[in-house]
Design a protein around this ligand. Structure first.
Ligand code: PLP
Length: 380
């Protein structure tokens, strides 16, 4: 199929996908693909989910959208549930995409802190709008734009001593992903987030935790930052929050919420009711039992990957169902061959194959993936 009408800005996978069911996507010829990427982490409960589809259809029938100058009980309840799940006393602003949530978070944090300097991490990914791009590390996304982006200091991810050397009176904001996704599935040393959180509190620095990819159960906790005692000032959610409906959220502590002037940030579609109704159900479904299962499945997948003996494999890392397979070379070829074998994965960093399967993946599908993956790496 020709793509003459769409801007050529994405990787072209050469696939025409027309339908999804459970953990599978189907092309126009009826070929069935095992989805190990859930639309870059968005379709956390897979496709054609009966419960969610029923809720969405009911909401379409009742009211699709409602501007935030009106109250709606579903949106209200969702906000209440998310605040409880995130363990934050504060308020929520609903938006539509991850990058938008990051833009708003940066605005709120800078406004509140009354300071001008931002620290972000090397290899970070926070989106591609001008604000979020400023705190995204990869220079290939910023060609010719450096002069107009917000000035940011990028420091080594996970190096607390380096962070300490950057702290001064002008630093108003620190933004971090609990696990870097696009940057290569990079994990922080245990205790880092807790130390960071204390440091921010001591120095009156606003800590933004970007849970857009790691949140909503991806690592086996509602938020990945909940593996430690962390007290973020702002949390951003997106991607899986409404299983594919566009929705994101900026969650701010009460102190920041109170400081923001009216009309400071608004959005016509933010908190769309179809997305909110689905998100509300998702917050209910992600109970402790379900979250534990995500962790167990992730542990099993990591264990099976670690059992593979191949000179191509450099490292296997991750938490829950957010997993990176670092290879010595041939990353693109492996992803392509997996696709030819009807398995969809995505790249991350320079040499990493990223796995973000839907949480409903079965152990049988994990075993199937492992067998196919072994076959592919033997033959590339
Ligand atoms: C951690 C993180 N933050 C922000 C974003 C941007 O989200 P969106 O693509 O919805 O703008 C992404 C997207 O991949 C992400 O992984």
């Amino acid at each position: 199929m020709k793509l003459d009408y769409l801007l050529d800005l994405y990787l072209n996978r050469g696939l025409e996908i027309i339908k999804g069911e459970g953990c599978y996507l189907y092309d126009q010829n009826g070929n069935k693909y095992l989805d190990m990427m859930s639309n870059y982490g968005a379709n956390i409960l897979g496709y054609r989910n009966n419960i969610l589809n029923k809720i969405a259809n009911k909401q379409i029938d009742e009211l699709i959208n409602l501007h935030n100058s009106f109250i709606n009980p579903i949106r209200n309840e969702l906000a209440q549930k998310l605040l409880a799940k995130c363990n934050i006393e504060g308020k929520i602003l609903f938006l539509n995409s991850g990058a938008e949530a990051i833009d708003a978070a940066l605005k709120f944090a800078l406004y509140f802190s009354k300071k001008t300097k931002i620290i972000a991490m090397k290899n970070s990914y926070h989106g591609k709008t001008l604000g979020s791009l400023s705190v995204t590390y990869n220079s290939k996304y910023k060609t010719n734009l450096n002069d107009i982006l917000i000035k940011v200091d990028f420091i080594d991810y996970g190096n607390f001593d380096e962070l300490l050397s950057y702290i001064n009176q002008q630093i108003g904001v620190i933004i971090i992903e609990p696990i870097q996704g696009d940057g290569g599935i990079n994990l922080l040393p245990t205790g880092y987030l807790e130390q960071l959180s204390k440091l921010c509190q001591k120095n009156k620095i606003v800590l933004i935790i970007d849970e857009i990819q790691t949140g909503l159960g991806r690592t086996g906790k509602f938020l990945a930052s909940q593996w430690e005692e962390v007290s973020p000032d702002i949390i951003c959610l997106g991607k899986g929050i409404a299983n594919g409906f566009p929705l994101s959220a900026v969650i701010v502590k009460e102190e920041i919420a109170k400081s923001l002037p009216k009309f400071f940030h608004t959005s016509t579609f933010g908190g769309n009711l179809v997305a909110c109704s689905v998100a509300l159900k998702i917050t209910e479904l992600l109970n402790d039992d379900f979250l534990n299962k995500i962790k167990e499945k992730g542990d099993y997948l990591i264990k099976r990957l670690k059992e593979i003996n191949s000179p191509l494999l450099k490292d296997i890392r991750g938490k829950g169902l957010m997993i990176g397979i670092e290879v010595n070379n041939k990353r693109t070829e492996i992803i392509k061959k997996l696709q030819e074998n009807f398995i969809l994965t995505i790249p991350a960093g320079d040499n990493v194959i990223r796995l973000l399967p839907p949480y409903i993946i079965s152990l049988k599908d994990i075993d199937y993936f492992i067998e196919k993956f072994k076959e592919v790496i033997k033959n590339v």
